[in-house]
Design a protein around this ligand. Structure first.
Ligand SMILES: C[S@@+](CC[C@H](N)C(=O)[O-])C[C@H]1O[C@@H](n2cnc3c(N)ncnc32)[C@H](O)[C@@H]1O
Length: 255
């Protein structure tokens, strides 16, 4: 990445509240970037480590997926959808970025995962899925608690009664927030309002390392130690809440 594109990236970060919740922004990333950077960060070495960390969380919290029907909300280029399909689930991914879905279809082939271009706010599925997963989509799709409630109600509606929901989201107030500016406890409160029993909340991705490593395509020998030192810090002082993301695990408590 050159200085010009870094400047553009930082400008985008300043305007993130307006930008990140538009399909145009994610479509433009699909044109400008390659690999997981389309849906994640410009540093694909960091993306690989995050991907591994996220899959470990998914494996721990959704250990039995074979034969299950799973929805990947805001699936981007489909990396999590493909992983779950590889573990024996029938997966549908949707995203409002048509270009990201084009890439997802190209990378996946076959019928599982299937994909559609749609916004979370227009989702019209009922009682169909055993589980819903999302990484980084809900907190960029929603501007406030009211929109979050609408989005979560759509996901709950798509779940069968007792279905599971696993959201891995950047949930913050202030400097670190993306589009949604809400605390983790307020987020959990909106989940409950949407009819979700919250079973657990777990931090991911040490945020100081994320800020230092994500915006530039740094080599693996810089990224990897920075990432692992950060993860150790997060484990050593859990009360400091140093996770950039929080995994919110719940059950749809509908009749
Ligand atoms: C940080 S990316 C994560 C993509 C993917 N979940 C992954 O982990 O690779 C956020 C995604 O949310 C999608 N998104 C944002 N708002 C959305 C909305 N209202 N409806 C559907 N998708 C949305 C974006 O297009 C983008 O692909």
């Amino acid at each position: 990445m050159n200085v010009k594109s870094l400047a553009a990236m930082l400008r985008n970060r300043r305007n993130r509240k307006q930008l990140y919740s538009t399909a145009d922004y994610w479509d433009s990333k699909a044109v400008e970037l390659a690999g997981d950077a389309v849906s994640m960060w410009p540093n694909n070495n960091l993306n690989r480590l995050y991907h591994r960390e996220q899959l470990a969380v998914i494996d721990r919290l959704l250990p039995e997926v074979t034969g299950k029907c799973i929805l990947d909300a805001g699936c981007g280029t489909g990396r999590i959808a493909r992983y779950l399909a590889g573990r024996g689930a029938t997966v549908h991914g949707f995203d409002f970025s048509a270009r990201a879905i084009d890439i997802a279809r190209g990378l996946s082939g076959g019928e599982n995962p299937s994909y559609s271009v749609e916004s979370i706010f227009e989702l019209a599925e009922h009682d169909r899925y055993d589980a819903v997963v999302s990484w980084g989509s809900v907190a960029v799709a929603c501007k406030d608690a009211e929109e979050l409630l609408r989005a979560l109600e759509k996901l709950v509606q798509a779940l069968k009664p007792g279905g599971e929901i696993l959201l891995l989201e950047p949930i913050h107030t202030g400097f670190l927030h993306r589009v949604l500016d809400l605390s983790v406890s307020a987020f959990a409160g909106v989940m409950r309002e949407a009819g979700i029993t919250v079973k657990g909340m777990y931090p991911l991705h040490f945020w100081p390392a994320r800020l230092a490593l994500s915006y530039v395509s740094l080599p693996g020998f810089v990224t990897s130690p920075g990432y692992h030192i950060g993860q150790s810090m997060m484990r050593a002082v859990p009360f400091l809440r140093l996770g950039d993301y929080t995994a919110m695990h719940g059950l749809a408590a509908k009749e």
